[in-house]
Write a protein that binds this ligand. Sequence first.
Ligand code: CUA
Length: 323
Amino acid sequence: MGDSNSKIPPSSVFNPVSTPAREIDTVAFFVISITAAIFLIVAGLLAYSIFRFRARPGDDSREPPQVYGSNPIEFAWTTVPVIVVLVLILTTARTIYTVQVPTRPADALSVGVIAHQWWWEFRYRDLGIVTANELHVPLSDPGNPTPTFLDLESADVAHSFWVPRLAGKTDVIPNRKNSMWIDPQVAGTYLGQCGEYCGTEHAMMLLRVIVEPRADFDRWVTAQKQPPARDASVGHGRQVFESTACVNCHTIRGTAGGGRFGPDLTHLMTRQTIGAGVAMNTPDHLRVWVTDPNLIKPGALMPAMNLGDKDLDDLVAYLATLR
Ligand code: CUA
């Protein structure tokens, strides 16, 4: 169901566009280079010795000279590994220091990330915006960085927030707040996923980070702050929403729906996907989803709504107006 996904480059740790991801990429290559060099030297010497000193016909059975307590050899094989390990420790420590959450500037954007089975809630507390599965952040100019800070909490079990091109994984643990930051320097959409097994739909707990130039981001913020458009032609669909179990789990601002167990639907149609990235957000997919989410996402905690055809059509028509 990923029609428009083809334009989004695959998520890869080898193609970082944000400082934490880049730092991790650099240190990983550095460590791999050093350890690869050690491997080649050791394996090369081993292969050479096996070949050069292999048993030959007519060898006498004397032992070769045994060397004990040679100070130069002992010194060499103690100091060289110590130096190698020390270099690795210092480089890693420097990376940890850079990646760790720095003191955030007073005007920095902070977003609360709440992991649920199996979707992501994003709460822009300073802006009064709540959305799901698609995180919008401003583009950061390396000359004048505008990082976004994420405060991660879980509503149920342990999850892990991972957008490979932006930063390393950060665990999302119940009763604990972990923080991380990103400063994406290339506009675009970045795919991510839950990085820790969290139940049936762990593999389908996807997310997107949409990085846009400041002006576009500000426009998005302004639009998200508005109440949803109120379209009289879908009044019956709204009644269906307000008079069924929908309202227990979903919020749509300006309606009777104030539930928080499921995603906030106030601006549902501004999102590219539904079901935490499992399907593109089209009225057809919405119809299937409302009929029975398990048809698209087996194990999803939203129940099948068992609506009649007319109610279902009207409800979907109403949802399709939530821009
Ligand atoms: Cu959430 Cu795996």
